[in-house]
Ligand binder design. Sequence first.
Ligand code: NAP
Length: 363
Amino acid sequence: MSDRPLFITGATGALGRRLVRELVETTDRSLILLVRGRGGVSAADRVGKLLGPVVAGQIGSRVELLDGDVTRPGFGLSDADRALLRRRAVEFFHVAALTELNGGRQESEQINVGGTTEALRLAWDLLQEGSLERLFYFSTAYVAGSLRRYDAVEDALNPDPGHANNYEATKYEAERRVRGAMVEGLPVTIFRPSIVVGDSVSGEVTEFNVVYPFFKLYAHGIINLLPARPEDTFNVVPIDFVTAAVRAIAARPDSVGKTYHLVTDRPPTIGTLLTVKEVEFPRMAPITLVDPEEFERVDHDPLVAKIRHFIEPYLGYLRCKLTFDTANTRAALEGSGIPLPETDYRFLTRILQYAVDKNYLLA
Ligand SMILES: NC(=O)c1ccc[n+]([C@@H]2O[C@H](COP(=O)([O-])OP(=O)(O)OC[C@H]3O[C@@H](n4cnc5c(N)ncnc54)[C@H](OP(=O)(O)O)[C@@H]3O)[C@@H](O)[C@H]2O)c1
């Protein structure tokens, strides 16, 4: 075995945790993780708590931790840490981001645009002065902008996106910079997942982030009007599909220079989601669908204004106006045994049931 150490940011997040655990469990590779200490808890203690004993047990052997912050120049790494990365890192996964859909402009810019700019600088340095061969960048399918109708193509960015929130806008700018570096010769592969939710079999997710807080607003009756039509679709993918596809695509030498939509090609409808809620979780608070155009018209109503304030960042996801080209993803996954995921009635039931079992959603 020749070790090909991986350098990973964002290992403490929902996707990063799962990816790192799978890499530890299914490969012999060494992992170098950029983790920040937070709230007085050291990086090592956070990894122990968040990634579990299998990963924590490898710290100091197969897993090395670098204390850093993606918003700082050079991620705030010491000279010794940079030397270690130059010597060892062969592949670099930049996963870290601010994923809150209602995140503020400044923080979203600092982490998503600034953090990616630092990742690109570091990648060039590791490529030119060290042993880096490839960078894998985690973008989002919603760089295309969720507000306007658009057929999103994998190997291009929407020239005229309608972004619904700072997350989409800053991930767009970050991907634009990554694509620029790609043109200049940096060997990059870009992943664009849609909305990542729980495991396809168990519903499990380590972090109830991104769309889960939106589910909560309705399940708990904080909001009851939903401006959508039953036939509207929303694109969600199970987390195990994303990590399996990432590992399979990353292993292919021909994925350099390409972008991959990690999405479902049969997204569920709002009607199916509401049926799941009514049949499987009858004790969740009731939801009333309102015609989206009607909802726009009654802007002056204080209740509607309040609801809009809460749900505005999410609206584009509920009434998905985007279609996603998956030619690259299909070609890369052909024969891998990893199909594009089913996101049907049973799947929606599973992910909601897991959130209920963990007391995140009341039912
Ligand atoms: N989840 C989705 O639905 C989804 C969909 C499409 C694309 N993506 C993309 O996939 C990636 C991972 O998403 P996720 O859901 O795993 O996100 P997440 O759960 O919110 O985790 C974010 C990660 O980024 C790290 N991070 C944030 N700011 C940092 C900083 N200043 N310095 C160092 N690390 C920092 C966090 O570290 P701390 O623990 O220290 O805060 C955490 O590990 C992101 O690039 C996201 O845009 C996610």
